[in-house]
Design a binder for this molecule. Structure first.
Ligand SMILES: Cc1cc2nc3c(=O)[nH]c(=O)nc-3n(C[C@H](O)[C@H](O)[C@H](O)COP(=O)(O)OP(=O)(O)OC[C@H]3O[C@@H](n4cnc5c(N)ncnc54)[C@H](O)[C@@H]3O)c2cc1C
Length: 299
């Protein structure tokens, strides 16, 4: 069924039955039928058109740092934009990134060029494309503050240039969560600053993460979105759920807002913890916690 996809990319850029746990920061997830690693925009276009023509589902991912892939894996084609789709350049105050570029590399390049605005991104372990999709943010900054324009491929395979007002940014939201477009490149407008000061701020953010977050275990960052007026960690802690374990998954004893993989967690273990937390928080506070992590694949 998938055989002739091999015409579109070099053999070494296609994998079959690829374990998703090798492509997620959670280290969890069953196999993807097919995974491709395009290196050019035209390869992305061709793969998407190929899938669309055959009614084969496809999913674009970056670093998999906000993904929980279910245990039976992903039917269809996973298009991974990563190490070979990751150019970064600076012109004046603008930073241009291909979607697969690491956000933290973009932040370090900005610092090197004395450009301020992207310091918040230090320690967010995703790609620039994933960061736009999620409107990733931390320490008072978010992608919305720096994104100027995005190049994307729409659901008909047309290339589009989208300006910030069209991007539908909100708290951990962007229009890409609804429209199924593929983010190809991101242009960020930064401000002139002082390299040393920028680096100091980034080091301070890294220190705070180290101190508060369970970075020594695989996870996908904050499990839930922050409900208005509350912080998720203390809310979960107050209910006595910190440290709760199901199979190999645990509500981190260091930061209850994170679920960690203590070794051999299954997606089912994480999903059960999510269910327990949601039920307890609903019961005791009347709040509907929504996952921030994106849950994909088959049970
Ligand atoms: C230790 C840790 C700390 C974290 N800290 C933070 C934090 O402080 N703030 C924060 O906001 N997040 C944080 N995260 C979560 C995560 O790093 C961000 O959400 C990140 O932006 C996801 O990028 P990614 O490339 O890994 O996306 P992925 O996980 O690969 O994908 C996430 C979603 O984006 C879609 N997507 C990815 N790339 C594209 C593309 N090119 N075109 C269209 N859709 C695409 C995917 O389909 C998926 O739905 C943290 C995660 C970890 C593990």
């Amino acid at each position: 069924m998938y055989g002739d996809i091999a015409r579109l990319l070099p053999e070494q850029h296609i994998r079959w039955n690829e374990p998703m746990k090798n492509h997620t920061s959670f280290r969890i997830g069953g196999p993807a039928d097919c995974m491709v690693f395009p290196s050019t925009v035209s390869q992305v276009l061709e793969v998407v058109s190929w899938c669309r023509a055959r009614g084969i589902p496809y999913l674009v991912i970056g670093k998999g740092s906000n993904l929980l892939v279910r245990d039976k894996g992903i039917r269809g084609v996973v298009i991974k934009l990563g190490e070979i789709f990751c150019d970064l350049t600076v012109t004046g105050n603008m930073l241009h990134a291909q979607a697969g570029a690491l956000l933290s590399r973009a932040a370090r390049l900005a610092a090197q060029h004395g450009l301020t605005g992207l310091e918040f991104a230090e320690g967010i372990p995703g790609s620039v494309g994933g960061a736009v999709f999620m409107n990733a943010g931390a320490y008072g900054g978010e992608m919305k503050d720096v994104v100027y324009e995005v190049q994307a491929m729409d659901d008909q395979g047309n290339l589009r240039t989208m300006q910030k007002p069209e991007l539908g940014f909100g708290y951990r939201r962007s229009v890409f969560q609804d429209n199924g477009f593929v983010i190809l490149a991101v242009h960020m407008a930064l401000q002139p600053g002082n390299t040393e000061e920028i680096r100091e701020r980034m080091a301070e953010f890294a220190r705070r993460r180290e101190e508060k977050q369970p970075l020594e275990f695989p996870s996908a960052g904050s499990t839930f979105k922050r409900p208005e007026g509350y912080f998720v960690g203390p809310l979960i802690e107050e209910l006595g759920l910190k440290g709760l374990q199901v199979g190999g998954a645990q509500i981190s004893a260091k930061h209850a807002g994170f679920i960690i993989n203590t070794g051999n967690a299954k997606a089912a273990d994480v999903l059960e913890l999510i269910r327990i937390v949601q039920a307890r928080v609903r019961e005791s506070k009347g709040i509907d916690l929504q996952p921030e992590i994106r849950i994909v694949g088959e049970d």
